[in-house]
Design a protein around this ligand. Structure first.
Ligand code: SAM
Length: 283
């Protein structure tokens, strides 16, 4: 061992690649080689990586449905003096992957937790997105339940921060449709198959993305990075716009045309009919 002596009674959270096997750090390999055992989300899946690295270690599974009993098992072994590494199927443990509960349990039991940094799909999608990176909100996966999914989208609709979502290919079309309906048309960068052979970074808009994927089957792994909401304009700023731009301002937020006409009329203190007549004539 070099600078870092293996610490007894420690849980290491070790990031693994999100596609390209070369994206593992020297430190990650060293820690995986030195720990007493490795807890993995899917032991069979992780065995391929460990074989590739030439690492043979006792393994135990740690996944969504055995978190409680395995959490106890893993922490008992650590308290008995063993060191453990937690890895997930890809990327950083505890990011849309198991790990959060185990870390909490370690804190409760006074076990030291050490991160071994590496790939996170969402952060790599963000840095290639061309959208604001100064403030962002990681939103993980949307629920499969329609109501929960829409509630989630509504809860971030007005957020000014760049939004990062994970999505599975078979849900992508529905998700883009729901996002367009909730957010209105916004810039989106679709990051697909990061670090892999068919990697793509596609800067586009929600409307174009929805149209594209309605006739092209999504394949692979996706991160969706979406620009935050425009700051709400003051009424006098809106009234300084021409009528069509004023109307588009609301429509681009996903508001129905009829409702948008009503809002413009309210802002300008004129009748809905007047707005309707003037904007319809210009269309
Ligand atoms: N812990 C992982 C991380 O650090 O990013 C995330 C695991 S989560 C279960 C899997 C999701 O991450 C996928 O459905 C996809 O949205 C995203 N993802 C993982 N690998 C990816 C890749 N190579 N390209 C694009 N998205 C990826």
């Amino acid at each position: 061992m070099t600078d870092e002596q293996q610490k007894p009674g420690v849980l290491y959270l070790v990031a693994t690649p999100i596609g390209n096997l070369e994206d593992i750090t020297y430190r990650a390999v060293k820690v995986l080689n030195e720990v007493d055992f490795i807890a993995a989300e899917d032991t069979r899946h992780s065995l391929k990586l460990l074989n590739h690295l030439g690492i043979a270690k006792p393994m135990t599974s740690y996944f969504e449905h055995n978190i409680r009993q395995k959490g106890e098992y893993i922490t008992e072994k650590i308290l008995a003096g063993e060191t453990a590494a937690l890895i997930s199927d890809a990327g950083t443990p505890a990011i849309s992957d198991p790990g959060e509960d185990l870390v909490r349990l370690c804190h409760e039991k006074g076990i030291r937790v050490i991160p071994i940094p590496g790939a996170v799909a969402g952060i790599n999608a963000l840095i290639c997105s061309g959208l604001s990176t100064s403030r962002f909100s990681f939103e993980g996966f949307l629920s499969v339940n329609k109501k929960s999914r829409l509630d989630h989208l509504m809860s971030v609709k007005d957020s000014p921060y760049t939004l990062i979502f994970y999505e599975a290919p078979h849900k992508l079309q529905n998700t883009l449709k729901d996002m367009l309906e909730t957010f209105g048309d916004r810039d989106i960068t679709i990051a697909r198959e990061l670090t892999k052979k068919y990697e793509e970074i596609i800067p586009t808009t929600l409307r174009q993305a929805k149209e594209y994927y309605s006739s092209n089957e999504p394949k692979g792994e996706y991160v969706l990075v979406i620009s935050g909401a425009e700051p709400v304009k003051a009424e006098n700023e809106l009234n300084a716009l021409n009528l069509l731009d004023h109307l588009s301002f609301y429509i681009n937020q996903g508001i129905e045309k009829k409702e948008a006409i009503k809002k413009v009329a309210q802002d300008r203190g004129v009748s809905r009919r007047e707005i309707y007549n003037q904007t319809m004539k210009k269309e």
